[in-house]
Design a protein around this ligand. Structure first.
Ligand SMILES: [Zn+2]
Length: 303
């Protein structure tokens, strides 16, 4: 059993102002430290609705996962019928609270929806503008730049990883995979360490085979206990800090009782020597319960 890194994605304003305080209480009461990754630009989450027209299976997933009841209609309509609020404008209070509580804080992009839907068609200059926009908000609030980045929607490209390398990020958590690696795109290997998410997320599991939240957390728990290498679990402030709070708290308690140690991704990254981390190609993959493709660590090179 290698411990569990908690990666908390904050995609929306509701996630920041409601989900994060709930998670800070929940984690603080248990002495657990985690890594928060916050989108710091406009909250266009409502535009996700229009993926219905572009992405097969999205409407079915929305209905299957009961997204409106999980996220609330305000979040789903944000940036469409309602004007897009600026998440960064609310970062001044919440980011320092996360840091003061001993959590790691990193970037989850600027415009989450834009990155998620368009990364592959964006120019490197536009990608850089997105990362710099988030970095400017972050540094303006916390007085220093973020050293960690987590790509919205697990969408990574050679251009996005070149930007992270040029901006001097220590590590990223952009992809899904099995363990630390240096991402390879064609003949270029990124010098920025990648710590992939290794476990399924709750929104994937809830839409899969009709699992209840309790059953879904049990499934994640079993995988954590079975595996000997450190694992990374991505949760969402909107869900685990919202309607799934109680089940998430039970999940942490059960793992804690079984001796699982929780770690911040940055602490793990600091212990790894890039020279000892294997390269692996980044490929497009599909995951049960998730619409569209995500960037994945190619497995054949892990031998
Ligand atoms: Zn996200």
């Amino acid at each position: 059993m290698g411990g569990l890194g908690l990666k908390i994605d904050v995609d929306t304003l509701a996630g920041l102002v409601q989900g994060v305080p709930a998670l800070l209480r929940l984690l603080g009461a248990r002495g657990v430290r985690a890594s928060f990754f916050v989108a710091l630009g406009p909250d266009n989450s409502g535009r996700a609705i229009f993926r219905v027209f572009r992405q097969r299976g999205f409407l079915a997933k929305m209905l299957r996962t009961r997204a409106p009841s999980l996220y609330g209609w305000r979040t789903l309509l944000s940036g469409t019928l309602l004007p897009a609020p600026h998440i960064g404008a609310h970062a001044g209070e919440l980011l320092p609270r996360m840091a003061a509580a001993g959590h790691e804080v990193g970037l989850h992009g600027y415009d989450h929806v834009l990155w998620h839907d368009r990364l592959l068609t964006m120019s490197k200059k536009d990608i850089r503008r997105q990362v710099e926009g988030a970095q400017a908000v972050f540094a303006g609030v916390l007085g220093q730049p973020a050293h960690a980045f987590a790509a919205p929607g697990w969408q990574a490209s050679r251009a996005s990883r070149e930007v992270l390398a040029e901006m001097g990020f220590l590590y990223a958590s952009d992809t899904r995979g099995t363990g630390p690696y240096l991402p390879r795109f064609g003949d270029w290997v990124s010098p920025v360490l990648e710590l992939p998410t290794t476990l399924p997320t709750l929104d994937e599991l809830l839409g899969f085979q009709g699992l209840s939240a309790r059953e879904a957390f049990r499934l994640v728990e079993q995988r954590v206990l079975r595996r000997t290498l450190p694992q990374v679990f991505t949760l969402h402030a909107e869900l685990e800090g919202g309607p799934l709070q109680e089940e998430f708290a039970r999940f942490l308690d059960r793992l804690g009782e079984q001796g699982v140690e929780f770690f911040r991704l940055g602490d793990w990254a600091a212990k790894l020597r890039p020279r000892e981390v294997p390269p692996a190609a980044v490929v497009r993959g599909r995951l049960p319960g998730r619409a569209g493709w995500v960037s994945c660590q190619a497995q054949e090179e892990r031998a």
